[in-house]
Design a protein around this ligand. Structure first.
Ligand SMILES: C[S@@+](CC[C@H](N)C(=O)[O-])C[C@H]1O[C@@H](n2cnc3c(N)ncnc32)[C@H](O)[C@@H]1O
Length: 504
């Protein structure tokens, strides 16, 4: 089974190999005892004694795998862990972000491998102390459902607060018996999501991971093999905006040489930045005619008529050589077809800058193909150009009011701009147009969850889950940026669990 022979054999070795393949986690001899102990606990929990039976179930039931990962990797985490790094965030990173922030969108931060939530909540406190409460959208992800559920509960023991001053404890926590409950304002500043870093589900609008200003991925890469570190590093970098920051833990492997990045020496070690290539700015002649980025759907922009399409020659007419003007237009048409194929290819290769450039050129010439607008909007959003994406989406909807994928993207962009009620309305509209559009159910669920409308959120996630479990797990879900049904079903299931639905 193993392409990387392990230093031991038997059930633990088989489990270790499965873990490596699915999650990128590696267990050398030094960590064998930890793996065996975690394995024992995980098997006892589901009352399985035969390792072969456990292995078979582990391969077939993703929640068991997540549970095992939780057993063997969720260890150390606490509030203000590595305080120097949070000082760097406060003194260097945030001022840098603010210097380039036009206040036209929320700042976006991601805690990747957030465990039980101490790290993203610390970030929320730091940003709050800098007067940025409500100005940032913090997404926190992990593979362990148990850890995510605990994170969402935001109830901690004194041990989790060992790095925290009394002042901070008094300001942000309330004592409940022998626990400490985090203030609701900080708790609600973080959105928890399920995400396996070893899978290719990011960056993507569908998973909510894209265009980040800051990523914390601390003490996670240390568990991965070299190949997975390189893949994950690439994806983390792709999930940043230009000039965005990536901070790792002190013991994590260095990334220089693995991914193109600017390496910065900070007071707390190395930080990585996505090299800036100059933001794509709308020009006066641009397609983006809106005066503000995301007009409500009910107020479309003045309609511009699409340019008339060339009339094809009637069938059976004798061929004749094109005259000069016609030849030029044929050349232009061929060029447009090539550019459209290139834009789609660049998007698939995550070269969002080039994809946006090409798609913009094409829709400026002829905006009659909604698919090209979709590439433009998605590419801009993935680069973190929320305002430009919003404008392009508004202009696209102005021409294609019933293009379902554009309506759905509008919902996502409104959500990211913190306009959750309008996002829910746009997601609903996408569902009026196509009630099978799974990603719109997911967007509706996310918008309701952010509005605190738990019943509506559960209903939407249940609908998504029902549709997704009716599809073959490997099938790519329409309008999802290439996500497989099985993965999205897993995400919907975890969202339901986080919302406290027992029968997820
Ligand atoms: C030691 S904790 C780090 C917590 C926090 N970042 C910190 O530094 O305090 C490692 C976390 O990584 C998560 N993890 C491990 N492999 C993962 C994967 N493939 N995808 C997502 N999370 C993963 C574990 O579930 C665990 O919660």
């Amino acid at each position: 089974m193993s392409s990387h022979p392990l230093p031991w054999s038997g059930a633990a070795a088989d489990v270790a190999e499965l873990l490596r393949q699915r999650t990128g986690l590696v267990f050398g001899e030094a960590r064998r005892t930890a793996l065996e102990a975690g394995l024992g606990r995980a098997m006892r929990r589901i009352r399985v004694t035969d390792p072969a039976v456990y292995l078979a179930r582990l391969a077939a039931e993703p929640p068991l795998l997540d549970d095992l990962v939780g057993e063997i990797t969720v260890g150390e985490t606490y509030f203000f862990r590595d305080p120097q790094q949070f000082a760097v965030i406060r003194d260097d990173v945030v001022p840098d972000l603010l210097s380039r922030w036009a206040r036209d969108r929320p700042l976006r931060a991601w805690s990747a491998g957030c465990a039980t939530g101490e790290e993203p909540y610390t970030l929320a406190i730091v940003l709050r102390e800098q007067g940025l409460a409500g100005a940032a959208h913090i997404v926190a992800t992990d593979l362990s459902r148990t850890a995510l559920a605990q994170a969402r509960r935001a109830l901690y023991t004194r041990w989790s607060l060992r790095g925290v001053s009394d002042d901070v404890v008094q300001t942000y926590f309330e004592r409940v018996g022998d626990r400490f409950a985090l203030a609701a304002a900080v708790r609600d500043a973080v959105e928890f999501r399920y995400l396996n870093l070893a899978e290719d589900t990011y960056p993507s609008l569908a998973t909510g991971i894209w265009g980040m200003d800051l990523i914390l991925c601390r003490n996670v890469l240390i568990y991965f093999d070299g190949e997975t570190v390189a893949r994950v590093a690439r994806r983390l970098m792709d999930s940043l905006r230009d000039d965005g920051w990536l901070l790792l833990g002190g013991s994590d492997p260095p990334l220089a040489g693995l991914v193109p990045s600017d390496v910065v020496l900070t007071g707390a070690g190395l930080a990585y930045r996505r090299p800036g290539r100059g933001a794509i700015r709308p020009r006066a002649t641009d397609v983006v005619a809106a005066t503000f980025p995301l007009p409500p759907f009910a107020e479309p922009l003045a309609t511009k008529r699409p340019a008339p399409s060339p009339v094809p020659p009637p069938r059976g007419e004798p061929r004749r050589e094109p005259v000069r003007g016609e030849r030029e237009s044929l050349v232009q048409e061929q060029q447009a077809l090539d550019d459209a194929a290139d834009a789609t290819r660049c998007y698939a290769e995550r070269d969002y800058e080039r994809a946006a450039e090409l798609a913009r050129r094409l829709v400026q010439r002829d905006g009659s193909d909604p698919a090209l607008w979709v590439v433009l909007v998605r590419a801009l959003a993935n680069r973190g150009e929320l305002e430009a994406a919003g404008r392009a989406c508004a202009a696209a909807l102005d021409r294609h009011r019933t293009a379902t994928e554009l309506v759905y993207l509008h919902a996502l962009l409104l959500s990211e701009a913190g306009r959750h009620a309008e996002a829910a309305a746009a997601a609903r509209r996408a569902l009026y147009l196509d009630r099978w559009l799974v990603v719109a159910h997911l967007a509706l669920g996310a918008a309701f969850a952010r509005l605190g409308e738990v019943d509506g959120a559960c209903r939407a996630f249940r609908n998504a889950k029902r549709l997704l479990t009716g599809m073959p797990p490997g099938e790519i879900v329409p309008a999802s940026d290439g996500q497989a049904a099985g993965r999205l079903a897993e995400m919907a299931r975890v969202q339901l669990q986080l919302l406290g639905e027992a029968a997820a």
